[in-house]
Design a protein around this ligand. Structure first.
Ligand code: MRU
Length: 354
């Protein structure tokens, strides 16, 4: 199956529900669920049915447009108050990916800019804005792919972590976009290695699914095999995604990413972060200020195992993300260009945060 043909999230034709590709069921079952109620949309984000920073942003845009359309009032002020309650509720789903808050803020700004119009008109405008966020995400990922493709050489071995693929965006992915561009240009000699990405296995279940399905030469490794794979000379370049990039370039991404970056430095392998502008948070000076999501212990002790594999009562630490220090990052690929250190200056020059 070509995952590029799958929509991670979309609004139904009659604009009364969201269609979400349930990623918790992949790779064995490709199923689209229909969600209408704000509680169910929040649950879909929280339980990673829809996940990956850009896709969460796209989903949030559609979600607030949909739930705003369900507000039963003609009074713009009452509409605004209800909208803000929905926004706060959706914003409480996951803390790390800044795209969630970025999309909700953008939708709020749109709502406020049109408050002088009838509520029915504001509702239409909100749907159009959500669609614009989705369409922009496709072109942004495409642009990141073109820039990343320029860094590749024939025969390269590419390592990626988690899933920053088409399933994590509206299309193409960020870290996978250079690989899809290379495929389009007829390159058949790239070899991709994907970390399985414990504990939720986004690499094994999602990245392996989409790249293998696209006919790309893909090898799955456990997270603790990255070092030997690099030592064997199989990795020439690393592309990862991100959930939030601080002003100084410190980058939060899926747990384990910082370890990959440390290994890459040891073996002298270039380490690139692929970052849409919506993931750059210029309000944070460093990565120390990025909130890190802590998830349920059962994801470590039980999930994916036929029976519980750790003793009852054991303490578990399950941070979902870690922060890679900017000094370990060779470059940050944005849709506006490739940024090199000092990253704060590079971001400002490209107009991020304005
Ligand atoms: O917990 P997840 O699956 O939402 O985490 C996803 C990642 O860490 C991705 O690498 C990141 O969101 C970038 S997706 C283009």
């Amino acid at each position: 199956m070509d995952a590029l043909q799958l929509d991670t999230v979309r609004i139904s034709a009659d604009k009364t529900y969201l269609e979400i590709l349930d990623q918790t069921l992949l790779p064995n079952t490709v199923k689209v669920i229909q969600v209408r109620r704000i509680e169910d949309i929040r649950e879909a984000i929280k339980s990673l049915r829809v996940r990956g920073a850009p896709a969460i942003g796209v989903c949030a845009g559609y979600a607030i447009a949909l739930t705003a359309s369900q507000i039963d009032t003609d009074d713009p002020i009452q509409f605004r108050e209800e909208f803000l309650k929905h926004k706060a509720y959706l914003a409480s789903s996951r803390p790390t990916a800044v795209n969630l808050f970025w999309a909700l803020d953008r939708m709020e700004n749109t709502m406020r800019a049109h408050l002088n119009k009838p509520v029915s008109k504001i509702k239409e405008i909100l749907f159009a804005e959500a669609q614009a966020i989705r369409d922009e995400d496709v072109s942004i990922s495409r642009r990141i792919g073109e820039i990343g493709f320029g860094l590749l050489r024939h025969g390269d071995g590419i390592l990626t972590h988690c899933n920053a693929g088409t399933l994590a965006t509206a299309k193409y992915g960020t870290a996978t976009a250079p690989i899809y561009v290379a495929r389009e240009r007829g390159w058949t000699d790239l070899q991709v290695y994907c970390d399985e990405t414990r504990p939720l296995l986004q690499g094994a279940r999602l990245t392996a699914f989409e790249l293998h399905g696209a006919g790309i030469d893909t090898t799955l490794i456990c997270d603790n095999m990255a070092s030997i794979t690099m030592r064997r000379g199989l990795i020439n370049i690393i592309f990862v995604g991100c959930d939030r990039v601080a002003r100084n370039g410190d980058t939060a991404n899926k747990i384990g990413t910082s370890g990959v970056a440390i290994l890459a430095k040891h073996y002298g392998i270039p380490f690139y972060v692929c970052a849409p502008g919506s993931t750059i948070d210029m309000s944070l000076e460093t990565g120390d200020q990025i909130p890190i999501e802590e998830r349920a212990p059962e994801e470590v002790t039980e999930m994916w195992y036929a029976q519980r594999m750790a003793p009852e009562g054991i303490q578990v630490c399950n941070p979902a993300f870690d922060v890679t220090e900017h000094s370990l990052i060779t470059g940050i690929i944005t849709e506006k260009g490739l940024c090199k250190a000092p990253f704060d200056q590079a971001f400002e020059k490209l107009g991020f945060g304005r």
